[in-house]
Design a binder for this molecule. Sequence first.
Ligand SMILES: [Zn+2]
Length: 102
Amino acid sequence: MPITCPACNKAGQTDAACQRCGCELTHLHEIVAAAATRLARAHAALTNRDWSGALADAEGSWDLLHTAESARLAWVAAAAVGDTPGALRWRAHAAAIAQPHP
Ligand SMILES: [Zn+2]
């Protein structure tokens, strides 16, 4: 998954080093990949009606990388386990990412 270089903001970086500034990006790519893995596990848990497992993995993915998808998945999973305050918090996270402030 492409990332934006944190040093110079060059988007679309897929290599170990930034094409513009040479910043080492290997660890950031590993974090993004780990977040994607947790998100895939959350999807699988949701499919299997393992609501608490889905919530834990969605939260784990969010901890690594804040994405609208991880927030929405945590929102659904929190609602499914009956955690209304948690569901509302995740809904707010999802809305904030979907409509970021300039
Ligand atoms: Zn850079």
